[in-house]
Design a protein around this ligand. Structure first.
Ligand SMILES: Nc1ncnc2c1ncn2[C@@H]1O[C@H](COP(=O)(O)OP(=O)(O)OP(=O)(O)O)[C@@H](O)[C@H]1O
Length: 340
């Protein structure tokens, strides 16, 4: 049985359904990214788990214990928000030790734990500072250390890095990844940023309009999203419409053989797997470049074929011109089927 279980969770606000039959299972020590666009209900899932909001239906269990009736402060689940919400008049050390002091732990033990946590979040030497004397990234580290101090069973992170500069963000991603490696705490991070999910979590659940539409290994979600909605969210080079004829998928962009189900109606390919040729070759189709942008290390081209727009990316070689006609090849091994 899974360590953390969400079973058929449903939540509405003012008759608007926000979450619809959410099922999620996490093993102890697992790190899951809850990914989705703004307003999809990600934060609401964390609030239900933390006990800030009550579910309309469904059950939540932690180590087999039913969580629904348990008050927030007895759940052993901590939720870290986008803003660190530190106590402004307390020092860094007092902020980190706050939960332990509230539990009336011995002073010596608090001091020892705070010192350990300061090292863990790389804030050694800053224990006497007040929150306003810290940068945003440092404040978020203090909030993280304070959350970890009480040794929760589950750590919930609600876009904790989204208000930080990119460089600090990457640095803190490193801190979070290392903490997870060292402490093995069962963790869910909410993010709308696919690259963050890929950087941190081995597994990603994709939430769209209050429904989990994919829940799988993060790299697999990126490389081979299982359905059209997931493909649109993670961004593919083309979603190709067609039909199966025997073992072959037939479409206006080509014929592809793969291990596709007989009812397959859509296949896709990642933009970096589409090959761009200057001259027509066997199994290529003509396309005109209509836009281009530099992504750093790669150029991304939007191309118009007779049928549809295709996005392709290639590592920088010669820069191709807008208006130029090129010939696209879709390697068979890179084509994957999408569920509807
Ligand atoms: N207390 C509330 N009362 C009414 N509606 C709410 C309440 N809290 C959230 N909502 C609505 O529920 C929906 C989901 O909100 P939620 O914060 O869970 O989304 P999210 O995916 O975390 O979005 P974001 O990435 O923007 O934080 C939104 O449409 C929001 O307006």
């Amino acid at each position: 049985m899974s360590y953390l279980q969400l079973d058929q969770l449903t939540k509405s606000y003012a008759q608007q359904t926000i979450l619809q039959n959410i099922n999620l299972n996490l093993n102890q020590g697992e790190f899951l990214a809850l990914l989705g666009p703004s307003g999809s209900g990600k934060s609401t899932i964390l609030k239900l788990l933390a006990g800030i909001e009550a579910a309309d239906a469904g059950e939540m269990r932690l180590a087999e214990r039913l969580l629904n009736p348990v008050p927030a402060h007895q759940r052993e689940i901590v939720l870290l928000f986008q803003q660190p919400y530190l106590f402004p008049f307390l020092s860094v050390a007092e902020n980190i030790g706050f939960g332990l002091k509230a539990r009336k732990e011995p002073k010596k033990l608090i001091q020892q734990k705070v010192a350990e946590l300061l090292e863990l979040v790389e804030l050694g030497g800053m224990q006497q500072r007040k929150p306003q004397q810290l940068s945003g990234g440092q404040q978020q580290r203090v909030a993280l250390a304070r959350a970890l101090a009480v040794q929760p069973k589950v750590l919930l992170l609600d876009e904790p890095l989204s208000s930080l500069d990119p460089e600090i963000r990457v640095n803190l991603q490193g801190v979070i990844a290392r903490l997870h490696r060292e402490l093995h705490m069962t963790t869910i991070i909410v993010t709308h940023d696919l690259s963050e999910a890929l950087a941190l979590a081995q597994r990603t659940a994709l939430l769209i309009n209050g429904e989990i539409i994919a829940d799988l290994n993060s790299i697999e979600l990126f490389e081979r999203p299982p359905n059209r909605a997931a493909a649109q969210f993670v961004g593919v080079g083309a979603i190709i419409v067609g039909h199966m004829q025997g073992p072959t998928f037939c479409s206006s962009l080509g014929q592809f053989n793969g291990n596709f189900a007989p009812n397959t109606r859509h296949v896709a390919i990642r933009p970096e797997h589409i090959q761009i040729n200057d001259q027509p070759q066997p199994q290529t189709i003509a396309a005109q470049i209509i836009e281009r942008r530099y992504l750093g290390e790669r150029w991304e081209y939007r191309l118009q074929t007779n049928e549809q727009i295709v996005v392709a990316r290639e590592t920088v070689q010669a820069i191709r011109e807008i208006g130029q006609t090129v010939y696209l090849h879709f390697p068979q091994q890179s084509i994957f089927a999408l569920n509807d």
